[in-house]
Design a protein around this ligand. Sequence first.
Ligand code: PLP
Length: 385
Amino acid sequence: MADRQISQVSDIVNRDFLKELGVRRVINGAGVYTMLCGSLMLPEVVQAIHAMSRVYVRLDELHDAVGARIASLLNCEAALVTSGAFGGLMLGTAACLTRDNAEFIARLPDTTGMKSEVIVQKAHRFPYDHAVRNCGVRLIEVETRAELEAAISTRTAMLLFLNKAEHRGQIKAAEFAQIARIHGVPTLNDAAADVPPVDTLFRLTKMGFDLVALSGGKGLHGPQSAGLLLGRKDLIHAARLNTAPHSDTFGRGLKVSKEEIVAMMVAVERYLDRDHEADWREWEARVGTIRETLRSVPGVTTEQFVPSIANEVPHVRIRWDRKVLPIDAADVVHQLREGEPSIELVPVPYEKDSLEVASWTLQSGEAAILAQRIRETLGGSRSPR
Ligand SMILES: *Cc1c(COP(=O)(O)O)cnc(C)c1O
């Protein structure tokens, strides 16, 4: 029996799933995007999944212990491992609506009897606010501080902030949290993709946001289906009452497994322990490899840049003179995608003569392969005259 199990395990290890399924492996020069399955889990995260797969525990007891550990690591009151940042946004909103009221919890997404409005700056509307709308609330859009203060009423359940849109809205993060505090309304900040920098894990709860939602499977390299909800103890408690193991709840489908819960904790521990400067040097080295490979191609110029928030790591921008290299960026992207190996670049709205490449999702040796393919595709593989 034991032998048979071992041989099954090695069969799995040796199986070429992608070949079997006809699914293409991708060289990811785009960054952490859900359509490319986020980031790669660290080996320690996979080991935690494996270790937890062999035991039964009480789900609530595990949530208590892991939540307390993550909260202490991140200097916040309480924490919950959620089903991605999206799950965190749903449960965080539900928590603000129901608090610990059992009738309300059973009633949601029907908000009868509850405060049911969420206020958000117009510039902070984003596709993922569907998570908040899923809870049956009405979103009220405002632009100025005066409009925000006038919109707050007895119907206001929560104020929503999108961290990466801070520069677009008139009300900045600290002021937003402060206004909410003055009016006694809870805040939820979506900072899903905003690690690195590591500081995001601490700064926003400290600034006064009552709840902060983060993705586990982006910069933290945890399970792609996991995330974190950080913040006030009473609200994290209420968030938990709205999901598994509680059956008659709006968030029952946002279950996380014991493996994901512990794996997420390990991801946070490992992330805090990382040498972030060494990571940065490695990413810059990959940028250097790409720039060096393209340096001698006539008509091509490259530069390193760092997006200001979300995917805030070294990238390369590649530009070419279309009089010298008469190819459109969209064609380059298409050829890289359909070629072998398949390559994805940053999905920006392309200008005709430029492309962007992220360095942090490239694996060992891939920067050179990607750069060579771009070089060939641009038509610059011929030796320069
Ligand atoms: C990625 C993302 C989400 C969703 O996060 P998941 O962890 O995939 O659920 C929500 N909001 C923003 C701003 C994001 O970038």
